[in-house]
Design a protein around this ligand. Structure first.
Ligand SMILES: Nc1nc2c(ncn2[C@@H]2O[C@H](COP(=O)(O)OP(=O)(O)OP(=O)(O)O)[C@@H](O)[C@H]2O)c(=O)[nH]1
Ligand SMILES: [Mg+2]
Length: 439
């Protein structure tokens, strides 16, 4: 997710964040590149124009008084605005599944409703195994639709009910009655989608709403289809309304313009994002983390959450401490590489690391990346403890010795040092921006 934007933005911002003065020219150049990237990511025109104007206003009005360098200040303004664009300024307290009642899933055909029902149930059951969840479908147009939900419900451990009637209204009534008779906490009600929003579908949805009285209506939006989906969301909102949205298919090559513009245009939050076809592939959406990720600042918090099960507490604390101090040594860097090795594939991890934006890598490049990480670790291993603490003492002859010991070249040692320097700069920036509040 956001790979496209983060690879574009991180190069723009890593350049400007180091600059000690901001001139009208370098601000304009930076904002011009931001604007271009947003257009390319398929963010609607008006959203881009408003966003850039907003940042410009803020930059001009800011007094440079904080401990941040001017370049860093621009990144901070950008981060603040971006997170608000993504919905951080709205109240997000109510974005949760109700404890009891009916959850209605609506959206266009193929947007991912049925899959998302299963993903949500899986998530809820993981959190509370005693939860009794029923799911049912009023998608009577496609015979296989109800079977699909039945199979998925078995996968995730939910009860399933098939209404005997073949009209939507009667089936909704039957499902509702079955739900009320049983001792269920929640009913997830899946609906039929259409290729386009049409009056018949909307009327049908209104009927379903009036019969089932959902506590929560969720709009599932296909993140892949671009700006069109924003218009669709507006139509759904006007006609039937919804509480919050789930953006599906953000694992694909989606340029994520929809995610960026959604909250701003709809005034409704994105609660979750779908990141794959499997029932586990649902992630909570955090505007602030997403903004950091887009700016190439990594997502340390999510990484630590993920690391919780796999990395010893002591190691996590060490890593958190070194990041928090705003300075990291090559030993910390080696430890990070080592933890990354244990955590999983490079592609899934790179996106979390500051200074390492996740670009869409092919298989070959990934294999190359994994190989490079191994070599980096070998290089750091062949350094003396003193060198690991202070890489500035690495002169030509030391580098040659290290390269030889690791079976690498001096160029590779230099490349490692360059990557380490980038990582260091980002950690420093994050520290100055106060990005580690959770620790
Ligand atoms: N890659 C990816 N595929 C997804 C995601 N969510 C759903 N899909 C796939 O998208 C296709 C459509 O998903 P469904 O859940 O059947 O969509 P639907 O909205 O219920 O479709 P209809 O019932 O026909 O209206 C399926 O092939 C899913 O596996 C996602 O987050 N990522
Ligand atoms: Mg379906």
């Amino acid at each position: 997710m956001f790979d496209f934007l983060s690879s574009r933005f991180s190069s723009v911002f890593s350049r400007i964040s180091g600059q000690s003065s901001l001139t009208e020219q370098n601000i304009d150049e930076t904002l011009h590149k931001v604007r271009e990237a947003l257009f390319e990511a398929d963010v609607p025109y008006q959203v881009v124009v408003d966003f850039i104007a907003d940042i410009k206003r803020e930059v001009v009005g800011q007094k440079i008084t904080s401990s941040l360098r001017p370049g860093e200040q621009l990144v901070k303004i950008m981060h603040d605005r971006l997170k608000n664009l993504l919905g951080a300024d709205k109240d997000r307290k109510d974005i949760q599944f109700p404890a009891k009642g009916v959850v209605l899933m609506i959206g266009l055909q193929g947007s991912g409703k049925t899959t998302t029902v299963a993903k949500c149930i899986k998530r809820l059951i993981m959190q509370d195994k005693t939860k009794k969840i029923l799911c049912a479908s009023v998608d009577l147009y496609r015979p296989a639709a109800i079977d699909q939900l039945q199979i998925l419900s078995q996968n995730v451990g939910a009860s399933f009910y098939r209404a005997p009637s073949s009209t939507v209204i009667e089936a909704t009534k039957e499902i509702n009655a079955f739900f009320k008779q049983g001792s269920y906490d929640l009913l997830f009600l899946d609906t039929a989608g259409r290729l386009h929003v049409d009056q018949q579908m909307l009327n049908e949805l209104k009927e379903i709403v009036s019969i089932s009285r959902p506590t929560c209506s969720i709009l599932v939006v296909d993140g892949m289809i671009g700006q069109e989906s924003l218009t669709v969301a507006q139509q759904f909102n006007t006609a039937v309304g919804f509480d919050w949205a789930i953006l599906s298919k953000l694992d694909s090559d989606a340029k994520a313009g929809v995610a960026l513009a959604f909250s701003y245009m709809l005034k409704k939050p994105i609660a979750f994002i779908g990141t794959g076809e499997k029932v586990d592939d649902l992630e909570q959406f955090h505007p602030e983390r997403a903004a950091g990720k887009i700016l190439g600042m990594g997502d340390i918090q999510s990484l630590l959450e993920r690391a919780e099960q796999k990395i010893k507490k002591q190691e996590q604390d060490d890593m958190a401490r070194s990041l928090m101090s705003g300075t990291i040594t090559l030993s910390d860097f080696a430890r990070q590489l080592d933890m990354m090795g244990r955590l999983g594939s490079l592609s899934s991890l790179m996106q979390y690391m500051p200074g390492m934006p996740s670009v869409s890598l092919g298989k070959e490049q990934l294999a190359k990346g994994e190989e490079q990480m191994k070599r980096f670790r070998a290089i750091i291993n062949s350094m003396t403890p003193k060198e690991r603490l202070n890489e500035r003492i690495l002169n030509g002859s030391r580098k040659m010795r290290i390269a030889k010991g690791a079976g690498a070249t001096v160029q590779e040692v230099n490349l490692l040092l360059q990557k380490f320097e980038e990582s260091k700069q980002f950690v420093k920036l994050l520290k100055r921006m106060g990005k580690f509040p959770g620790f």
